[in-house]
Write a protein that binds this ligand. Structure first.
Ligand code: WTA
Length: 647
């Protein structure tokens, strides 16, 4: 029997949505989607109200996803201008720097509006027009939100690249979408260490395919020395500070693109997930308010980076569209020590706290002491995102961090979904540790078996979503066919999530993890194919196969099998060199945790690598290899098993 944590009646009483409210709204959202979403759309401010609400077909021959198709609006107006009358002096972004010794400060809605307008004007002067792509490669500083919103203001499509990605990854993303301009900073700071952002951009722009970039705007953040190459590179403050403080917002159609965000899939290079304006913004705002039970005076903190979708939806667009105060944290959980999170909570009286299971597991390992030395009395809602949370970590989060007082919302969603799809509502849903619980309004999850047959009742299978929701991605940038093939061809009529899932007897959903070749490392998606191609790009590597394996802190770790070019010697030094090579090619987040030399890889007679077997060897479960009779050379497996060693 699993534990059940019933809704606290006192919490339910003050909550935006209680159990009866959830049930009624969910029913209406499914039975009368047009009416439901027409009403929900009223939470946005429109230049032109939509009269067409939903126009969706998942049929492969007649495929379309459109929401609010004749509406017109601007996302930055919704996040800024709309707040000025009542919340002009309210802090929109509360900045907490990497070091606790550097002063924190707040940026009010009025100030944020002004900064966004100035940058919007500067971008227009630099020739950026509606529909142009702008790459943003910034640390976790308020300018990151300013940059995103300035793009939104003038109708440019932003593509934020996580600051932990290396030059090659930046170049791939710049060239795929043909960015005209990059906004970066001299350096970032993380845990006292400097991240050479401008230097990485310089290296990226030397790589092929990046010559669409005309201008690089550089925010002076640490003051570290950087090369400025005229006329391409311009200091942000030189170009922006003197601009007028008003900037006419572009009238955007509901279905005009808002941003592209690259994410890993099972094959090939990362794909540019494209979100459009109205549906995405509505989804981010609506879920942010209801899932976190947001109130006017909340201090809300999401510890994600704006380089990931969580930062887009739940640091920038959702909170600002709701007029919330969102904390922007530049640092890391263990700097200067492992109680930093809780010190920041106390310092700013954070009431809603949203983080990843990997951070919880890492902090749990440090014991209760660093938590208990802080008060955390301001907290009222806790959240998790990015990967399944093990019940043990859930309970620690609940009992130690939240003093058994705060509901935990375990929010399941994806870059593709724009925002939460399966999640508790804190005043409505009884919680079960480890379960993302029940669907949000308008979301119809289903489980299917390998043949696509829908499973009823308590069951385990692949998770699909029937029908559309407004926050859904609309295409893979530049490759609409890949969008359709990836998500809608496997189980015709449904969106395939790539996740496995169990549904229990109460109808609660338990995500079991990816069923494709995507690894979830510390809540970050990494495609095995990307790591393999980085390894194979090393001149001494003939072949590589990469799989995920269970990792205590990261959830999953990266396990690489490497076959060297004939004549090359295996050595500790080469092993280190290959790990460093992957970091250089993709970025530190893709560093293999284990690397095993493989004289040969298990392949079928047709040459297909049998990853199932490699996964079992990586898990150190050689007794579960299953059927190996289809292998071209079964002896390969024996040698891998006997040589499996932990680095
Ligand atoms: C996983 C992050 C279990 C899942 C928002 C999904 C989760 C992938 C949860 C998307 C959760 C995310 N419980 N698994 N609460 N949230 N995932 O695109 O495998 O970076 O498919 O979006 O993370 O990762 P992405």
């Amino acid at each position: 029997m699993t534990d059940l944590y019933p809704v606290n009646p006192a919490f339910a009483k003050q909550a935006l949505v209680d159990q009866a409210g959830y049930e009624a709204a969910y029913r209406e959202s499914i039975e009368q989607p047009e009416a439901f979403w027409a009403k929900a759309a009223q939470r946005l401010e429109w230049f032109k109200q939509p009269t067409q609400i939903k126009d969706v077909s998942y049929a492969l021959e007649d495929f379309r996803i459109k929401w609010f198709a004749d509406g017109e609006l601007n996302a930055s107006v919704n996040c800024l201008d709309r707040q000025l009358a009542e919340r002009g002096d309210k802090v929109a972004l509360l900045f907490e720097p990497d070091s606790p010794d550097t002063p924190s400060y707040g940026v009010t809605y009025r100030e944020l509006h002004e900064r966004v307008c100035k940058l919007g004007n500067a971008l227009r002067n630099l020739g950026v027009k509606k529909g142009d792509r702008v790459t943003i490669y910034l640390p976790m500083i308020p300018d990151a939100a300013v940059a995103m919103l300035a793009c939104a203001r003038i109708g440019a499509v932003h593509s934020v690249v996580f600051g932990g990605f290396a030059a090659n990854s930046i170049a791939d993303r710049v060239s795929d979408c043909g960015s005209k301009l990059i906004i970066t900073a001299d350096e970032g700071l993380r845990g006292g260490k400097k991240v050479p952002l401008k230097h990485n951009v310089d290296a990226a722009l030397k790589l092929p395919g990046t010559n669409t970039v005309e201008t690089v705007l550089v925010v002076r953040h640490t003051g570290g020395a950087v090369d400025m190459q005229a006329p391409r590179d311009r200091w942000f403050h030189d170009v922006v500070d003197g601009q007028p403080a008003e900037c006419e917002p572009e009238r955007m159609n509901a279905e005009d693109p808002l941003f592209i965000l690259y994410t890993s899939g099972s094959t090939g290079k990362p794909k540019g997930v494209l979100h459009t304006t109205a549906g995405y913004l509505l989804w981010a705002a609506y879920t942010h308010e209801v899932v976190f039970d947001l109130k006017e005076d909340d201090i809300y903190w999401c510890t994600a980076d704006v380089g990931w979708v969580t930062g887009h939806s739940y640091i920038v667009y959702g909170p600002l569209a709701n007029g919330a105060t969102a904390l922007v944290f530049e640092g890391v959980p263990n700097y200067p020590d492992v109680s930093r999170f809780w010190q920041v909570v106390d310092k700013h009286k954070v009431s809603i706290f949203y983080t990843a299971p990997t951070a919880i597991r890492a902090l749990m390992r440090e014991g209760d002491g660093p938590v208990k030395q802080t008060s955390r009395a301001s907290l009222r809602v806790l959240g998790t995102v990015g990967e399944p949370i093990n019940p043990e970590a859930w309970r620690w989060y609940y009992e130690v961090v939240g003093d058994s007082r705060c509901p935990i919302v375990d929010t399941w969603w994806q870059t593709e979904t724009g925002g939460h799809l399966i999640t508790p509502l804190p005043g409505a849903t009884a919680l079960k540790p480890g379960s993302a619980t029940v669907p949000f309004f308008g979301v119809q999850p289903a489980l299917v078996d390998a043949n696509g047959a829908e499973l009823e009742g308590a069951a385990e299978g692949n998770l699909v979503i029937k029908d559309s929701w407004p926050g859904q991605m609309r295409t893979v940038y530049g490759d609409h066919q890949r969008f359709i093939d990836t998500y809608f061809r496997t189980y015709p009529g449904s969106y395939f999530t790539g996740d496995g899932c169990r549904r229990d007897e109460d109808g609660y959903y338990w995500i079991t993890g990816r069923v494709d070749d995507v690894i979830n490392v510390s809540g970050h998606r990494i495609g095995t194919a990307e790591v393999e191609s980085a390894l194979v790009s090393h001149p001494k590597v003939a072949e590589a196969a990469v799989v995920g394996f269970p990792h205590d802190i990261k959830g999953q770790g990266i396990y690489a099998y490497v076959t060297l070019v004939a004549g090359e010697e295996q050595s500790e030094a080469l092993l280190k060199e290959l790990v460093a090579h992957v970091r250089k090619e993709i970025g530190p987040i893709a560093s293999p945790d284990h690397l095993q030399w493989a004289p040969g890889l298990p392949k079928t007679r047709s040459g297909k690598i049998m990853r199932r077997i490699l996964r079992k060897i990586a898990e150190n479960a050689p007794d579960q290899l299953g059927d190996t009779s289809t292998l071209a050379d079964p002896s390969v497996v024996d040698s891998l098993v006997s040589e499996r060693k932990v680095k």
